[in-house]
Design a protein around this ligand. Structure first.
Ligand SMILES: CC(C)(COP(=O)(O)OP(=O)(O)OC[C@H]1O[C@@H](n2cnc3c(N)ncnc32)[C@H](O)[C@@H]1OP(=O)(O)O)[C@@H](O)C(=O)NCCC(=O)NCCS
Length: 204
């Protein structure tokens, strides 16, 4: 299967805001309403404001383009404590220690990174069957690598609900858990009592 990607802003320039909204209104993800809400309510405004960039992934079905997935990324400074760095696999730890700035006072490393804000297949009309999660992540990582080759940075990180399946999605692709945080008020795991897991990878 061959895929092509269109940044949300480029799509808006091409077909206009109303048509873009119509297109993304067909996106569904029953497993995670936050992902749908973000795309429909925030993605265009955040992209226009330069806060995040959202990328729509398409494949052709009987020669008609179908939106099969999307992901949103943003640059972010990552702060990782000594304790968290020490829990990382040796190669990842060495990569961070050798390249990050170290704050003696706070006992933490500070480094430029890219956050995968959202990543999801589109579950409308079985479009999700047209791409694997691994291929989707590979497209995102390829784009992040390209961006970082221009801006600097080599770390990508993702945050996910404390769910074995989601953690297993990132792990085989070289991500390691480095921390956790409380869910924000807007996140659907807010009342679950569970922490959001944070996972990172050095892109080489
Ligand atoms: C995460 C994702 C890209 C992985 O794709 P994939 O590697 O092709 O794997 P699948 O879609 O087959 O899902 C694998 C398993 O994870 C489970 N899973 C996927 N997303 C889940 C979620 N948000 N919550 C709980 N379980 C989830 C699936 O039910 C499936 O379980 P099974 O093995 O019992 O059938 C895809 O499942 C997806 O788009 N999920 C919804 C969005 C999402 O949760 N994104 C991650 C945000 S951190």
């Amino acid at each position: 299967m061959s895929y092509f990607h269109i940044p949300l802003l480029a799509m808006e320039r091409e077909i206009g805001r109303e048509e873009t909204k119509k297109l993304i209104s067909s996106f569904t993800c029953p497993r995670n309403p936050d992902i749908v809400n973000y795309l429909k309510k925030s993605a265009i405004a955040h992209a226009a404001g330069g806060i995040t960039q959202t990328h729509l992934i398409f494949a052709k079905k009987e020669n008609v383009p179908v939106m099969i997935a999307y992901f949103t990324i943003m640059p972010k400074t990552l702060f990782i404590s000594d304790k968290s760095v020490n829990q990382l696999p040796p190669k990842t730890k060495a990569g961070i220690v050798s390249s990050a700035a170290y704050d003696e006072y706070r006992k933490q490393y500070e480094l430029p990174a890219t956050l995968i804000v959202q990543i999801s297949k589109n579950f409308t009309d079985n479009a999700n069957r047209m791409i694997s999660g691994a291929d989707l992540l590979e497209i995102a990582l390829g784009m992040i690598k390209k961006a970082q080759s221009l801006t600097g940075g080599s770390i990508v990180y993702a945050e996910c609900n404390d769910n074995k399946k989601l953690i297993e999605y990132y792990k085989p692709n070289g991500f390691a858990i480095f921390g956790e945080r409380l869910p924000e008020a807007s996140e659907n795991d807010r009342n679950s009592g569970k922490m959001i897991k944070q996972m990172l990878k050095i892109i080489d």
